[in-house]
Design a protein around this ligand. Structure first.
Ligand SMILES: Cc1cc2nc3c(=O)[nH]c(=O)nc-3n(C[C@H](O)[C@H](O)[C@H](O)COP(=O)(O)O)c2cc1C
Length: 180
């Protein structure tokens, strides 16, 4: 049998600036879901759009969200010890844009049904919402990884998921691509 050998084309080593720029470009090619991480600031609902969110464990139920450290959201979550994760569908692209504006207040009254006594604000018409208690926090570079213990889950709509890819919001089609 003939052996196939894959070789890397010869290249100059990358300098650090190239790595940072190419890393950003590479990650822009990774399609992700979109969530809004919610919390309370001065008794008012606040949210930040996040793609770095994933399930960590089912038993116990743990979820992870990565947030840039020097932000109002991180301070508020550290103070309260709680945060919410609203998983967005295609109908809720407006809040995804609103809650991702850098350097601006991200009070999300307009996008929430605030139910008194709920632990965390939930985005109206999101696909699902989880209320979490901070279980662990790990500093990683300029971000903090919050691992949340999921205390309550609400299934809201069956909308198709909102997706972020190539620095833009998009949706996904009817079904998985076929093999044929
Ligand atoms: C689709 C999308 C995904 C994002 N994902 C993250 C993320 O995972 N973590 C994060 O800290 N910021 C993320 N951001 C940026 C935040 O939404 C927000 O703009 C940023 O934290 C602004 O913080 P500031 O208002 O304190 O400057 C994302 C933005 C967009 C549009």
């Amino acid at each position: 049998m003939r052996e196939t050998v894959h070789t890397q084309p010869e290249r100059e080593p990358l300098d650090c600036r190239d790595v940072a720029a190419q890393y950003r470009d590479a990650m822009a090619r990774l399609a992700t879901g979109v969530v809004v991480v919610t919390c309370w600031i001065d008794g008012k609902p606040w949210g930040t759009t996040v793609s770095a969110c994933c399930s960590v464990s089912l038993d116990p139920p743990l979820i992870l969200a990565s947030l840039r450290e020097n932000t109002a959201s991180v301070q508020a979550i550290r103070r309260s010890g709680t945060f919410g994760i609203s998983i967005l569908g295609q109908r809720t692209v407006d809040v995804a844009r609103f809650a991702s504006r850098p350097g601006q207040a991200k009070f999300i009254h307009e996008y929430c049904d605030v139910v008194p006594d709920t632990v965390t604000p939930a985005i109206r018409d999101s696909v699902a919402h989880a209320c979490c208690e901070v279980d662990q926090q790990v500093r990683a570079g300029d971000h903090v990884l919050f691992v949340g213990r999921v205390r309550e889950v609400f299934l809201h709509t069956n909308d198709r998921p909102l997706v972020y890819h190539s620095r833009d919001f998009c949706g996904i089609g009817q079904g998985a691509p076929s093999d044929s």
